[in-house]
Design a protein around this ligand. Sequence first.
Ligand code: F6P
Length: 340
Amino acid sequence: MRIGILTGGGDCPGLNAVIRAVVRKSVQNGDEVVGFRDGWRGVLDADTVPMDLAAVRGILPRGGTVLGTSRTNPYALEGGADRVLATLERLGIDALIPIGGEDTLGVATKLAEAGVRVVGVPKTIDNDLDATDYTFGFDTALGVATEAIDRLHTTGDSHHRALVVEVMGRHAGWIALHAGMAGGATVVLIPEQPFDVDAVVAHCQHRFDSGFSPIVVVSEGAKPKDGDLVLATGERDAFGHVRLGGIGTALASLVEERTGREARAVVLGHIQRGGTPSPFDRVLATRFGLAAVEAVHDGESGVMVALHGTDIVRVPLARATAQLKLVPVERYAEVEVFFG
Ligand code: F6P
């Protein structure tokens, strides 16, 4: 059997662990693995790399992806889907294992409907993919964000200034929610819950009044209720997502102006995506890789491997990509207890 593999969308710690597991298991099964470079771009251009044992040696703890990635969307290109089908046919690919988030797996869903044998693997540091309890990469990003908050507490308290930490999360606030709770944030602002500027300022003031410095954790996609702090560059990627950035800086100026105390913004950005995966992510990614190969051998298609509790299960790709997994109100209510 010839199995194709690719990594698409934003990179994420643990991608190499999946690739390694797929290759190791496939070699054991007597199968051949073909790597496509840079996500769907590699399939469109038939840009491949043979994935044998030598290709995956030593990559388990490495961040990023040895296959490279891109946000190329074949369905946004004239004749793109046909080019993908033609490449798979020409190279004799029996099954495809795309590793990605909502966008990459959205393409996989359509290809499965077009008759390609596809088993998806969920990845994103944002943890916003539906039908799985966790995606790998999230735990690592959370560790980075939490360590940053811990460090900012000590410098903030020393200088008696507020610190606003902007974390990733375009539509879902999982990183902000968990890092804010783990790091003891004064306020956590997420895209799912438009925030009240007066309340944010009041929480910061309360924290200053108690003799400590406030830490505001804000998702890049968080918006105020009145809508006048929304910041975007206007640029869009191939899947139509607006490039965000700037909410942290805007909030810091506002807190400084309204409390009369100094405030600074820290944007964690891609630091959350780079570097070595946590042990949790290495194990989850490895188990996903093994389960994807098993699903292929069982003749499955149009499914995604997922974590339910501690079990790896198979769910329909269409269900996983129909909607994003957002932070429910009751989870936000838990962290709200600690505001101020
Ligand atoms: O989708 C994952 C993610 O990390 C988002 O949280 C973020 O908005 C986006 O990627 C930024 O990616 P890039 O800078 O690579 O376009």
